[in-house]
Design a protein around this ligand. Structure first.
Ligand code: ADP
Length: 379
């Protein structure tokens, strides 16, 4: 029998707020998502009261887990500072707890320099985690993340892909995966194997529009859980497809995921480069090395005759990378086959491994791998 939202609400009436009111009457609950026994929601409270609410969050999680048929309960405490309440610095110190979901204080963007949270525990068995990020959406970040992961696979590495683009998880579509991950004996989710990659996406668990309404702290909780409650096995590189942009959610993610490096995707247009610069600044702020910039949709390659046209005033990302002292990892043309293969769920590196585009992604993968050699060798 499938779990219903009403069952979740009923279980929450048994849990009291710090003021003794049933949780369901405390006006703090977000929308509740229930899919195949997986329950997600957040408790939204004032930052000044976050400490008092942490035990309520834990009780709520325990109550929901106790409902027959619930396999995963992910409940985040999200804290917003109301006008006039104390500065975040005076809030309780961050700590981790058993389920990998972090208390509200951990979600706050860093106030100048890395916080203690930046020393996140590594994921056992995973040698290097890298972020693929972009300053804005629509620049081909997810397409590049997937094809880069495949390029790294072609170099003989064991590679995973975590779709952390929680606002618009596109990896299910790009890979054609529409099955749900199973749980192993330790109740960890088993990533889906496709194209030789271990793949996990929030899109496997919830509908795309459910994810859309989540706010920053909820995003962090979901991603932390996908990182730590997934049986990744042994991986040389885990590629994380980040949510686009450089807002608080992205910054917190960059800070809280134990990243060995970040790759920034940009298109040649000026605006995108400005956004890319913001991305660079974001990773610098949290001491994550930027492995380099990739220029996507760099030039137009005619599918008929192969002629190259630099319709966007190509080369901007290379110059920008040189100016900023960051590696330039390569340029990927705007090409029909890259788009169509993505839309068909059969990415170009897998569907045309001997073609020119696969070679470009592999060359970029080689530059990325070379920078991670120490981490991979040490694992
Ligand atoms: P983002 O993750 O930045 O939002 P996507 O990877 O979803 O972007 O790509 C946006 C659209 O652009 C998709 O339709 C994708 O197929 C297409 N696309 C991405 N890179 C290329 C490319 N190099 N050539 C042609 N189409 C591309």
């Amino acid at each position: 029998m499938s779990v219903t939202q009403q069952q979740v609400l009923d279980s929450l009436t048994q849990v009291a707020s710090p003021r003794g009111v049933p949780l369901t009457n405390a006006n703090v609950l977000s929308a509740i998502s229930v899919t195949d026994g997986k329950v997600f929601f957040s408790i939204n409270v004032d930052a000044a009261e976050a400490r008092a609410w942490e035990s309520v969050r834990a009780q709520a999680e325990a109550a929901v887990r106790a409902i027959p048929g619930v396999s995963t309960a992910m409940i985040a405490l999200t804290a917003e500072r109301k006008p006039g309440s104390p500065r975040p610095e005076s809030a309780p110190a961050p700590h981790r707890h058993a389920h990998g979901v972090q208390p509200a204080s951990a979600h706050r963007p860093p106030q100048g320099g890395p916080s203690p949270m930046s020393k996140q525990a590594e994921i056992p068995g995973v040698a290097a985690i890298i972020a693929v990020a972009s300053g804005k959406g629509g620049v081909g970040k997810s397409t590049t993340a997937l094809n880069l992961a495949l390029g790294l696979r072609d170099l003989g590495l064991r590679v995973g892909l975590l779709d952390a683009d929680i606002y618009g998880p596109s990896v299910p579509r790009l890979t054609g995966i529409n099955e749900k991950p199973q749980l192993n004996d330790e109740r960890k989710m088993i990533p889906i194997k496709r194209f030789g990659l271990s793949i996990m996406s929030i899109g496997f668990l919830v509908e795309e529009d459910t994810a859309m309404i989540w706010r920053g702290p909820m995003v962090m909780s979901a991603i932390t859980q996908m990182l730590r409650d997934v049986a990744w096995g042994t991986l040389d590189i885990l590629v994380v497809d980040m949510p686009p942009g450089t807002g608080d959610a992205q910054l917190t993610l960059a800070q809280n995921v134990p990243l060995k490096g970040a790759v920034i995707i940009s298109t040649p247009q000026d605006l995108s480069l400005i956004d890319a610069r913001r991305g660079l600044a974001m990773f610098k702020k949290v001491n994550v090395p930027v492995l380099g910039i990739i220029e996507n949709m760099s030039y137009f390659q005619c599918p008929e005759c192969g002629t190259r046209s630099d319709i966007f005033g190509h080369g901007g990302a290379r110059h920008e990378a040189e100016r900023l002292g960051v590696s330039f990892l390569g340029e990927i043309p705007l090409h029909m086959s890259i788009r169509t293969t993505s839309d068909e769920g059969n990415p170009v590196v897998a569907s045309d491994p001997d073609g020119p585009h696969a070679a470009i992604y592999r060359a970029i993968g080689t530059k990325v791998r070379d920078q991670l050699q120490d981490a991979i060798a040490a694992a």
